[in-house]
Design a protein around this ligand. Structure first.
Ligand SMILES: CC(C)(COP(=O)(O)OP(=O)(O)OC[C@H]1O[C@@H](n2cnc3c(N)ncnc32)[C@H](O)[C@@H]1OP(=O)(O)O)[C@@H](O)C(=O)NCCC(=O)NCCS
Length: 190
């Protein structure tokens, strides 16, 4: 439940979700689209399908929904694909009107939990330097953040989950702050 009592569901993406994902993405502000897809323009069908179907090789695509009419409306997406080094490359986005209520943290927390349960080596993502909110959130989760040496507009953010696989990103390993902070975040808790 969100503050105010709106019920939210976080569920795996499944067949038939592409139109709902397209509507969600097109309803995002240009800024949110830019921060998530690194482009403010039209998001390609390929990208939409990647959010609306389970990725191959153990990846995860989750959708956050609220009731709407007889059905539901998609209000968030959280996803990772697994790379050759067993690292979950993740990204999240929340609809503009629901941002700042703890949902982004909750989505990242869930992805981290799933990646941990799957025994993955770590998580990583690309975050635009101007995305202060996302950088603040991932730092709180214990991610290391460093500017991409070949592109100063992007931070490479990484978190090691299983040290025996090696660091999630070479040179970026850093023990996180206490994980405890990240575990209990949900709007109703605060
Ligand atoms: C980034 C995003 C997923 C975060 O989700 P959210 O639901 O808005 O975030 P939350 O409410 O969980 O957390 C927001 C936190 O950021 C902090 N924050 C907000 N604006 C900030 C800023 N300008 N600088 C630093 N921190 C900021 C808040 O203090 C808050 O922390 P708190 O809960 O301790 O107060 C969401 O804003 C979004 O979809 N943005 C557009 C797409 C995007 O940037 N995706 C990430 C690409 S990898």
């Amino acid at each position: 439940m969100l503050r105010g009592g709106m019920p939210l569901t976080l569920r795996p993406a499944r067949d038939g979700d592409a139109p709902g994902v397209r509507a969600f993405v097109e309803g995002l502000s240009r800024e949110s689209r830019y921060l998530r897809f690194l482009s403010g323009g039209r998001v390609t069908d390929e990208t939409i399908h990647s959010l609306a179907a389970q990725p191959v090789r153990g990846g995860v695509a989750l959708l956050l929904t609220v009731p709407a009419g007889d059905g539901e409306a998609i209000v968030g997406s959280a996803q990772y694909v697994v790379d050759a080094g067993h690292v979950a490359e993740f990204a999240v986005v929340v609809s503009d009107d629901l941002q700042g209520q703890g949902l982004g943290r909750r989505l990242i927390q869930r992805l981290r939990q799933l990646a941990g349960e799957a025994g993955l080596a770590g998580m990583r993502g690309d975050v635009l330097s101007e995305n202060r909110r996302m950088l603040a959130i991932v730092r709180d989760f214990g991610f290391a953040t460093r500017r991409n040496p070949s592109d100063a507009t992007v931070y490479d953010v990484s978190l090691t989950l299983r040290a025996e696989h090696g660091a999630a990103s070479p040179g970026a390993f850093r023990l996180g702050r206490s994980d405890a902070r990240a575990i209990h975040v949900w709007p109703m808790d605060r």
